[in-house]
Design a protein around this ligand. Structure first.
Ligand code: AMP
Ligand code: ZN
Length: 114
């Protein structure tokens, strides 16, 4: 989608610190990390919010979860754990309207979130 920041990152028009890539998924470090580990996972295809997920998106979103766990394991988080979170709409804290999941780890994570 034209003008979408994460589409532009997926298309390599904007650089990112990529930690994983395949045909359908890209993972890259958050530019403004809020934890020692802060990685974003996106489907390369533009989906604005979780409400815009459609039938047929299951494989890529299922795969995205598998990839997030794989990256977490590679980062040595198996023992300490991590948080995987997706913000939806402004009220959920979503500022970039291209579905993404935050992998957060490396510090104590409060619950409930603020
Ligand atoms: P959200 O608030 O869930 O929409 O999260 C958007 C995230 O994208 C924020 O954590 C930002 O720091 C991050 N972000 C914004 N621009 C970039 C960029 N160019 N590269 C990497 N992460 C970014
Ligand atoms: Zn997009």
């Amino acid at each position: 989608m034209q003008g979408c920041l994460f589409c532009r990152i997926a298309n390599k028009e904007i650089p990112a610190d990529v930690v994983y890539e395949d045909e359908h998924i890209l993972a890259f470090k958050d530019i403004n990390p809020v934890a020692p580990v802060h990685v974003l996972f996106i489907p390369k295809r533009h989906i604005a919010t979780l409400f815009d997920i459609q039938k047929g998106d299951e494989p890529v979103l299922g795969r995205l979860h598998m990839v997030a766990v794989q990256v977490a394991r590679e980062l040595g988080l198996e023992e300490r754990g991590f948080r995987l979170v997706a913000n939806c709409q402004e009220g959920g804290g979503q500022y970039v309207f291209h579905v993404h999941y935050h992998l957060l780890a490396g510090r104590d994570l409060d619950w409930p979130p603020g």
